[in-house]
Design a protein around this ligand. Structure first.
Ligand SMILES: [Zn+2]
Length: 271
């Protein structure tokens, strides 16, 4: 599943091809995504010039004169820039045809992604208005996190994966950040000290920034907009390393299941 770094990598990959370009037309081959593509979308953005490509949590925001396209990659979606006349393959659901002779093509085999449209301020859209802080913004800091954790008995791992606490920390990055911060994933969020919370904030920023720099993970069938697989997988310290020696202390990495997700950790380095 594309996580925040993959979405940010996509944003950076498509941005230079889109900004300043006019949308000549929109071809919708499949309307039934997670939510139906709005009927009025093709006519609404036709002829509009793209002004910016932004991101909020895992939503990509393609801003134009006419309004903002809101795109989520779901479980299996990807966006590629390619020649507009390239023949579509299976699951190539939507093309945004640009005046450059290229198109932005949305492919999504499982159709859990979406393509929506708003003429209002996108941050007020129902999907975005209740989202918590961005992990790479200044809003996300140890004090806020520590205050939110007061009295919480949920594990620290599920706490940092809760999009009402901070957005975009998926399963892989939660495991990796907790290892780097030396915090046991099953520890109650309310029992993590302010000082350790500061280490965790730093670790979350680090794992996400590192992953963005190398273009996302190798996991599942993710490919970046240029069609090359990411390779953050080679840098993972605990994720999917069950039984292998900890890269720090050689203790075998353990795995347990937490709310149907796999958690990986080192029993010696994380307390
Ligand atoms: Zn260790």
């Amino acid at each position: 599943m594309p996580e925040l770094p993959e979405v940010e990598t996509t944003r950076r990959g498509i941005e230079p091809w889109l900004v300043g370009r006019r949308i000549e037309r929109v071809i919708v081959r499949e309307w039934r995504l997670r939510w139906r593509v709005p009927q009025k979308l093709p006519a609404a953005v036709r002829g509009a010039t793209i002004r910016a490509v932004g991101r909020r949590a895992k939503y990509l925001l393609i801003g134009s004169d006419a309004g903002t396209l809101i795109c989520h990659l779901g479980m299996s979606g990807s966006l590629r820039v390619m020649p507009a006349d390239a023949p579509p393959f299976a699951h190539d659901h939507v093309d945004l045809v640009l005046d450059s002779g290229r198109c932005l093509r949305f492919n999504d085999p499982r159709r859990f992604g979406c393509l929506l449209f708003t003429t209002k301020e996108p941050s007020r859209h129902r999907l975005l208005s209740k989202l918590a802080a961005e992990p790479l913004s200044d809003e996300f800091d140890a004090d806020t996190l520590w205050k939110l954790a007061r009295g919480r008995t949920a594990s620290i791992k599920s706490f940092i994966m809760d999009s009402r606490v901070v957005v975009g920390v998926g399963n892989i990055y939660a495991s990796e950040a907790l290892f780097r911060a030396g915090i046991r994933p099953g520890l109650a969020a309310g029992r993590v000290s302010r000082q350790r919370m500061a280490a965790l904030v730093e670790a979350i920023r680090c794992v996400l920034t590192d992953a963005i720099e190398v273009g996302g993970t190798t996991l599942r069938d993710y490919v970046d907009p240029a069609g090359t697989p990411g390779y953050f997988g080679t840098r993972l310290l605990v994720y999917e390393r069950r039984g292998k020696p900890c890269r720090r202390c050689r203790t075998p990495i353990r795995r347990f299941t937490q709310g149907s997700r796999s958690t990986y950790w080192c029993p010696r380095c994380q307390r």
